[in-house]
Design a protein around this ligand. Structure first.
Ligand code: HDD
Length: 711
């Protein structure tokens, strides 16, 4: 295990608040040493407990108040500390200090999350993933609170509570947990055509990532960069994982939820502990303010992305996660993000979803963390000191000296002083704004299908198939036939073949119905504001398909080796070494947890037994070599377990390597039914099996052969 030290201003600040109980005596919260932590104070050996027992009362009282409300959305999360390093000076576009000093390292805390489920729900739910970053810059905290999908369900914050109520468990029976496959979600979606682009993303495999380390991050909204001269550029933020963007299969996700519902949390934790620091390229799409109207969509509309073919993503930095939190609650649970935490050089756009978010996040922290002093919790503190006249409130930590708590003042010599712009004082971008006070949606937002088409058109055939299967799965759980029909009617505006295939499985007709967009005001001209079927300017984009992602590394992948007594030590150790040299991890699986005696007398220690884990926890399998070992794996007690491992991994399109003497296992497994050449099945007959195995793992899965592998 590598030590993951991090020395920077944030780590140093956190150390001041970090304690260890090593070699210490137990105390009360008042520092009194405790002599007996086993028994309460009683009147006589068998007598009643005494009210006087302040030690018992303190312990129980604190325990009674240990829980705080979970986040209303994004309740389940995993966090890590890291570093953001800038590679390109962006001074031409922004005056933000952390984006203008090349090689500058800014400490960050990142929290990934699912959206709909409760804190204790499974990691592998079909859901959007939150991707929130707190940059502890020298100019104050900058929070980029994004997701792993570049668009959102709704165009206006007014609809956010409705969206969340619809996707959360239904209010009468609190069913289902962490799932969108139910009536209320799809009822809402069917009546909100603007959600269709996001629905394409949500039904794609992006919603079931292989790892939090293997997903993209997006700022979603258009933000603004402001340079020293006050010139503005629209900017879209991107994080591209160095390991590529990879997913699991849907029935694999369901199985993982049973075997290890902390799969993503564990994966992130272990990778960082092992020194496999997750890394992302940080990129920006920059659009001069004057080019705002050059697109066939509105830059302020959060249901639209800017195709990379129209505005390329320029990579300007790296985000690396290097340290696990010391304490989940103190750090990951108490971290408070807010899109409104910005620094000079970054500003908001008029995206109505973003504008609403600017209210919501402080408000939610007040109810979640219970005090306006939440900024004083160590994980939330900026690295520069806070000076203002805000005072008091629950749990105040800062002890501000002096009489003065108002401005202007002479009692404090006028301090703290306002900062001039040249001293880093924040000023909002001076955008000219005028308009009548109206409660309406801009007509430029009324195009709900073109980018949904762009996304669908950009998918490979297996990705299209998965998306279709996901829609069928989700809508089959909907009990109201009209809702299913309405969704299918919406799909028909995106792709006829998709709509009819889904309709067929649901037993409904495709009726390309037009109905008023429910989000429009009752007296608006609905015909004019009804979204028409429109082709996007960019018809398809390679960047939107995971098929075109990075596939040249096996770094940090988990490979299961199924072994037994008498296994071929030389072959196993050699393959293990090669795999580890390429950066992947090998875990040994044996019939039991007892040490395995190899053919050369050496002992191997299995991490798992055949019953304590499952193929879904691994990226690829090696089935151990050696006559004796295979004999043990073939005894009735083990045989069905090993075959289940193989068949399941085969079904999920993973690489499987059959070592020498495993013919019997091979022929009894579903692999033997393969008809075509399958690059991810490696056997004792292959000339360079190790290389072939590694190259198959690099490709992640043979999704193209999914139908064949499942028939
Ligand atoms: Fe939000 C949490 C991302 C729209 C209101 N949101 C939250 C988190 C992420 C996002 C990643 C978890 C932060 C963490 O780890 O603590 N939210 C988004 C994105 C959105 C979005 C990418 C659209 C582009 N959110 C959105 C709207 C509203 C909110 C429109 C309300 C008007 N979001 C919240 C919240 C949460 C939150 C209720 C719950 C916990 C928290 O803020 O701290 O205020």
């Amino acid at each position: 295990m590598k030590t993951n030290k991090q020395n920077n201003e944030k780590a140093d600040q956190l150390k001041l608040h970090t304690t260890s109980n090593d070699n210490e005596k137990l105390t009360t919260n008042q520092g009194l040493k405790i002599n007996n932590n086993q028994d309460s104070l009683k009147a006589g050996e068998r007598g009643p407990s005494l009210l006087e027992d302040f030690i018992l009362r303190e312990k129980i009282t604190h325990f009674d108040h240990e829980r705080i409300p979970e986040r209303v959305v994004h309740a389940r999360g995993s966090g890590a500390h890291g570093i953001f390093k800038l590679h390109k000076n962006l001074a031409e576009y922004t005056k933000a200090g952390f984006l203008t000093q090349v090689d500058k390292e800014t400490p960050v805390f990142v929290r990934f999350s699912t959206v709909a489920g409760s804190k204790g729900s499974t990691d592998l739910a079909r859901d959007v993933r939150g991707f929130a970053i707190k940059f502890y810059t020298e100019e104050g905290n900058y929070d980029l609170v994004g997701n792993n999908m570049p668009v959102f369900f709704i165009q206006d914050a007014m609809k956010f509570p409705d969206l969340v109520h619809a996707v959360k468990p239904e209010p009468d029976n609190e069913i289902p947990q962490a799932a969108s496959a139910h009536d209320t979600f799809w009822d809402f979606i069917s009546l909100m055509p603007e959600s269709m682009h996001m629905i394409m993303w949500l039904m794609s495999d992006r919603a079931i990532p292989r790892s939090l380390r293997m997903m993209e991050g997006f700022g979603v909204h258009s933000y603004k960069f402001i340079n020293e001269e006050g010139k503005a550029h629209f900017v879209k933020f991107h994080f591209k994982p160095k390991l590529g963007v990879h997913s699991v299969a849907w029935n694999e996700a369901q199985a993982i939820s049973g075997v290890d519902s902390d799969f993503h949390k564990r994966d992130l934790w272990e990778a960082i502990e092992n020194g496999d620091y997750p890394e992302w390229d940080f990129g920006v799409q920059l659009i001069p303010e004057e080019d705002e109207h050059q697109f066939d969509f509105d830059l302020l509309d959060p249901t639209k992305l800017v195709p990379e073919d129209e505005v390329p993503v320029e990579i300007v930095g790296t985000l690396t996660l290097t340290r696990n939190p010391d304490n989940f609650f103190a750090e990951t649970e108490q971290v408070a993000f807010h899109p409104g935490h910005i620094v000079p050089g970054i500003d908001f756009s008029n995206d109505p979803l973003l504008q609403g978010r600017l209210f919501s996040y402080t408000d939610t922290q007040l109810s979640r963390l219970g005090s306006p002093n939440f900024h004083e919790i160590p994980i939330n503190r900026s690295v520069n000191t806070v000076h203002n006249n805000q005072r008091d409130g629950h749990m105040r930590q800062q002890i501000v000296k002096g009489k003065s708590s108002y401005d202007p003042n002479s009692t404090g010599g006028g301090c703290p002083f306002q900062a001039m712009m040249s001293e880093g004082g924040f000023t909002s971008h001076q955008e000219r704004v005028s308009g009548a006070k109206i409660r309406e949606r801009s007509k430029s937002f009324v195009d709900h299908y073109s980018q949904a088409k762009l996304f669908y058109n950009s998918q490979s055939n297996p990705e299209k198939q998965h998306l279709q299967n996901a829609l069928v799965f989700e809508l089959s759980k909907v009990t109201i036939p009209e809702v299913r029909e309405r969704v299918v009617g919406q799909l028909a505006f995106i792709n006829n073949s998709l709509a009819s295939k889904v309709a067929e499985k649901l037993g409904v007709q495709v009726k390309k119905l037009k109905w008023p967009n429910q989000s429009l005001p009752a007296d608006s001209n609905k015909a004019e504001l009804q979204s028409e079927e429109k082709e996007p300017k960019t018809k398809a984009s390679d960047t939107l398909s995971m098929q075109n992602t990075v596939k040249n590394t096996i770094k940090s992948r988990k490979i299961g080796f199924i072994i037994a007594n008498g296994c071929d030590a030389k072959a196993i150790n050699q393959l293990k070494k090669t795999i580890e040299q390429n950066g992947a991890k090998v875990e040994l699986i044996a019939p039991s947890l007892a040490k395995v005696k190899a053919d050369d007398g050496s002992e191997l220690t299995p991490k798992h037994s055949l019953t304590s884990t499952a193929s879904v926890c691994f990226d690829a399998l090696f089935i151990g070599s050696g006559k004796q070992a295979v004999k043990e794996l073939m005894v009735p007690e083990n045989r069905h377990l090993v075959l289940h491992f193989i068949n399941e991994a085969y079904k999920h399109c993973k690489a499987i390597y059959f070592g020498t003497d495993t013919e019997d296992l091979y022929h009894n497994s579903n692999v033997a039914t393969k008809k075509h050449d399958d690059p991810a099945i490696i056997t004792w007959e292959d000339a360079t099996p190790g290389d072939k195995f590694i190259s198959a793992i690099e490709k992640h899965r043979v999704w193209d052969l999914e139908t064949e592998r499942n028939t």
